[in-house]
Design a protein. Structure first.
Length: 439
């Protein structure tokens, strides 16, 4: 495919009163259709909205809709166990509990991720230790992970961010060398691959998301996947009130078997199964539009498109770029604001580094005494500057868009590039006007 031609216009920027490149709102993405409706009606016609009960029988496992969905996940990912839960957040907690974490333990985690990647650790009584990230794929940097390991470290939580796998084989070697577990938060990257293997299957356990704005959805939902029988058994106990089941089920290992209600409903499972089984077709248009944007950005060297490692595939939950403020002659934030005025969503930064949030700065989670931080016997460093790559990306370099979902077309991608080109060509006027407003 040829690189798209970038339209050239001398119109002044929309931010300064000119006509926007895209004057109409972008169309809404809808991934729910007739198959999902049919699946929901099958559940309603059967009259059983949930198949779960906290009983030492088949109801402990959730019934036919849950089991059918889990079987499909196992078959696709080539794993022994899939444990459907009501969110990826609860899935991360169930996986962390299955690692037998407790007070005084540490888990290395990136700070550039959704909060649950780290709070799942806190809910076990352990604490997160934040390691810096690679500035190309925005996932954990193995060198930083190695430097964060202490005698109290019990595991690594790798996040496969934005649709690209973390350096999972390197992290796995570190984990094996130090006898640590490796859990993958794979909420944003289902069906991405590394070395021919699916992300989510390289660590001891992986967690998928079916939240309403993920690449597959059932409203709210998640799945824990693993080949480890013990991890699967404990995750199922955490999902469904395990503390009242261990005696009847003859389970002697009751560490972290205190359960919750993390159960997925039958309607969610029915929709999730449909969505999961068409995930490849849901991913394909996004990958194609991402490739179109990438080609267009060849004409804008101040913007670096997403990096795809040679042994990896990217499924593009978001299209995440780096912006060179110095070379561009305009601040990243003003650039993004001006592109948004042209009618295209472009966001500056992703999330505030987690360790800068009050939870970690004040070290108060559960109770006034600051548990679990107060139960940790050693020093914990959550000070600004501990992850310089993350802070630079958040404050200066990183921009991203979600405008890669259908029904957007190649023409929309080309106009998006044209909007960025337009802003860059008028950078001096934008900078002068912004300086005048600031003054």
């Amino acid at each position: 495919m040829k690189a798209p031609t970038i339209a050239v216009s001398d119109d002044k920027p929309a931010l300064l009163g000119g006509k926007p490149v895209n004057p109409s709102p972008l169309p809404r993405y809808n991934m729910i259709g007739a198959e999902e409706k049919k699946a929901v009606l099958e559940v309603l016609d059967g009259g059983e909205l949930s198949g779960f009960a906290a009983q030492p029988n088949a109801d402990h496992l959730g019934g036919k809709f849950i089991l059918a969905f889990e079987a499909d996940v196992c078959a696709k990912f080539g794993v022994k166990h899939a444990i459907a839960v009501n969110s990826a957040t609860t899935g991360l907690h169930a996986a962390a509990m299955a690692m037998d974490l407790g007070p005084g333990d540490e888990v290395v985690v990136p700070p550039y991720t959704m909060a649950a990647s780290a709070t799942a650790i806190l809910y076990t009584g352990a604490v997160p230790v934040f390691a810096d990230i690679d500035d190309q794929i925005f996932c954990l940097d193995p060198r930083s992970v190695e430097a964060r390991i202490t005698p109290r470290t019990k595991g690594i939580m790798a996040v496969n961010l934005y649709g690209h796998p973390a350096p999972l084989f390197e992290l796995k070697r570190i984990a094996e060398r130090h006898r640590l577990f490796l859990v993958e938060d794979n909420a944003q990257s289902p069906l991405a691959t590394l070395g021919g293997r699916y992300a989510g299957t390289i660590g001891d356990a992986g967690v998928l998301s079916l939240n309403r704005h993920k690449t597959m959805q059932c409203g709210e939902g998640g799945v824990v996947i693993t080949n480890d029988d013990r991890i699967a058994r404990k995750a199922r106990l955490v999902r469904n009130h395990g503390e009242v089941l261990v005696r009847a089920l003859g389970i002697d290992d009751i560490v972290n078997a205190v359960g919750m209600n993390y159960r997925m409903t039958n309607m969610e499972a029915a929709v999730a199964r449909v969505q999961f089984n068409k995930l490849e077709s849901l991913n394909a248009p996004r990958v194609r539009l991402a490739d179109r944007l990438r080609q267009g950005l060849q004409a804008l060297p101040v913007i670096t498109p997403p990096v795809v490692k040679p042994d990896a595939t990217h499924v593009y939950y978001f299209f995440v770029m780096k912006f060179d403020e110095k070379a561009a002659g305009i601040s990243r934030d003003l650039f993004a604001k001006a592109v948004r005025a042209e009618g295209f969503p472009l966001i500056a930064g992703y999330v505030r580094p987690l360790y800068l949030e009050p939870l970690y700065q004040r070290r108060i989670a559960f109770g006034k005494n600051g548990f679990p931080f107060s139960a940790h016997p050693g020093p914990l460093d959550y000070s600004p500057g501990i992850c310089p790559v993350v802070e630079r990306l958040q404050d200066h370099d990183l921009i991203w868009t979600g405008a890669i979902y259908p029904p957007l077309t190649d023409a929309d991608a080309d106009r998006f590039v044209a909007a960025m080109d337009k802003v860059l060509r008028h950078r001096d006027a934008l900078v002068r006007a912004n300086a005048g407003l600031a003054g």
